[in-house]
Design a protein around this ligand. Structure first.
Ligand SMILES: C[S@@+](CC[C@H](N)C(=O)[O-])C[C@H]1O[C@@H](n2cnc3c(N)ncnc32)[C@H](O)[C@@H]1O
Length: 495
């Protein structure tokens, strides 16, 4: 039951959207691993500990034919979320105040269950009930997302937070607890020689705490519960509730040690073909600190060989842009984050160019198959392996749902109402693809808020001139155009 002392009521925890929790991502990974999860556009989603609903509300907005339910122990965040839902007029999402210890089958069954930022921060009975609830409420082909702090990396965090907690003993005020803890950490850093391993560990933790700010630092470091677990412990815990490991929401990146041939024989001799043991060994190599694990029912058959058939059931997308390469037959593909690949493989070029042309929309393999066949790309063993390499490299995204994004910037562009609502209170908006879009530039932020579908270009410019009289008209016009293009490519504009 709620009490006035509820820490998430007394110190606000900033609420965000998390792309890895989106049912599109959960469904894509389930399909890739041979499951048949519920279609994203006709599913039920539960978020446990949803805070203000910053994750659930944009999802519900973008997928109006699915149903979304969220609950949290803290009353004030739930009230803020309910107010947002009322204002947006959404009828497919419901938030309510509840302790997960009191939740049960009265909620019905869910195709996707999300519990982000909870497992490591609650006492043992709550952790156990969380996984029990996933076991009770998940549909037969359902997927649960549970994030948690992992060992061995979690030991470093434990070591530092325990020293901070010791120093802050007897201090009641939350933010003073944080400043006292940080003061100790800065003192310890200074007291050690530069470049020293112990100092480097503390510097890294301090940097993280400074980045997330005092409110998050209070909840994450200066309250009692913190229980990082080894991957194998988490999987065993899930097994007790009839669940098994499916995957993480994304395949490991190309730099991950799981692809290193020089480690393979050591891994095999320590773990054989036991996937959980292998992953655990890899976590030791990675010094893993955090995991986002997808679970499915223990009786499902999970395929880990990635054959062509699931890829035909998925949609493909790429936000890469393409430019000429060093040789006449080569192209360079670049992602906004800086990832770059040069290729002279005709099939890979045809595939990436077809997807780049469709972005921000996703397309099925079937839709582009004739064009690819001309370039000699077919989804045989070799084609499938190439496609999967491009997925691992993040040049290609897998989707299970067509987000309702615009295919062009229209005469009267309309940004999603939920993103415009977010932009009113913070310099951040969630796109229809559920990615976060930074709005630190006040001009961009204002343009986004004006995109309600009623304004053509001259009306937009007039409104911007009124808001920014100090900026020259020509510059405002250029910034409006580039803003519109950025919003369109980010998937903020509605179809
Ligand atoms: C660290 S915050 C994470 C919030 C959000 N899921 C996120 O990742 O940003 C933890 C949340 O769990 C909620 N919580 C803690 N114990 C709970 C319980 N027993 N039942 C329901 N919610 C709980 C808190 O109120 C808080 O909103």
């Amino acid at each position: 039951m709620h009490t006035e002392q509820d820490p998430y009521d007394s110190v606000t925890y900033p609420s965000f959207s998390f792309i890895d929790t989106h049912p599109d991502r959960l469904a894509s990974m389930a399909i890739l691993h041979g499951l048949s999860p519920a279609p994203v556009e006709r599913c039920r989603v539960l978020e446990i500990a949803c805070n203000e609903g910053a994750n659930l509300i944009p999802m519900a907005y973008a997928i109006p034919t699915s149903e979304f339910v969220g609950f949290d122990l803290a009353r004030l965040p739930i009230e803020r979320g309910q107010e947002r839902i009322r204002e947006l007029g959404l009828r497919n999402v419901r938030l309510f105040e509840s302790n997960l210890l009191d939740a049960g089958t009265e909620l019905g069954q869910f195709d996707y269950i999300i519990a982000h930022g909870l497992y490591a921060w609650v006492p043992e009975p709550v952790r156990d009930r969380l996984l029990a609830l996933c076991g009770e409420l998940l549909t037969p082909d359902g997927v649960a997302f549970v994030s948690y702090n992992a060992k061995p990396g979690g030991f470093v965090r434990s070591m530092i937070r325990e020293m901070m907690l010791y120093r802050a003993q007897g201090i009641e005020d939350p933010l003073q607890r944080v400043s006292t803890g940080l003061e100790l950490l800065r003192f310890l850093i200074k007291a050690r020689p530069e470049g020293d391993a112990y100092r480097l560990m503390m510097e890294e933790q301090l940097k993280k705490m400074e980045k997330v700010g005092p409110q998050v630092t209070y909840h994450d470091e200066m309250t009692d519960a913190y229980h990082p677990v080894h991957f194998f412990e988490f999987v065993e815990h899930a097994r007790k509730h009839g669940l098994q490991y499916l995957s993480e929401p994304e395949l490991p990146p190309p730099t991950d040690p799981c692809y290193r041939a020089d480690l393979r024989s050591a891994l095999e001799s320590a773990a054989g073909d036991d996937m959980v043991r292998q992953e655990q060994m890899l976590d030791f190599v990675r010094g893993r600190v955090y995991r986002e694990t997808l679970l499915c029912r223990a009786e499902r058959v999970v395929r880990r060989d990635f054959p062509a058939e699931p890829l035909r059931r998925l949609l493909l997308a790429s936000q890469a842009t393409s430019a000429p390469g060093e040789t006449p037959d080569a192209r360079v593909f670049r992602l906004p984050g800086g990832i770059k690949m040069e290729s002279n493989h005709a099939g890979a070029i045809a595939l990436l160019e077809a997807l780049a042309a469709a972005w921000p929309r996703a397309v099925s393999f079937e839709e582009i198959e004739p064009r690819l066949a001309e370039a000699g790309f077919v989804l045989d063993g070799e084609g499938t392996a190439l496609l999967m390499r491009l997925v691992v490299a993040k040049l290609i995204e897998l989707h299970a749902w067509r987000a309702p994004v615009a295919g062009a910037v229209s005469a009267r562009p309309r940004a999603s109402a939920s993103s415009r609502q977010e932009a009113r209170s913070k310099a951040l908006a969630t796109t229809l693809l559920h990615a976060r879009f930074g709005l630190d530039d006040p001009v961009q932020r204002s343009i986004l808020m004006l995109l309600d579908g009623t304004r053509d270009r001259p009306a937009l410019l007039e409104a911007m001139k009124a808001e920014f009289p100090a900026i020259a008209e020509q510059e405002l016009e250029a910034r409006t155009e580039s803003g519109l293009r950025n919003f369109y490519r980010a998937g903020l504009l509605e179809a």
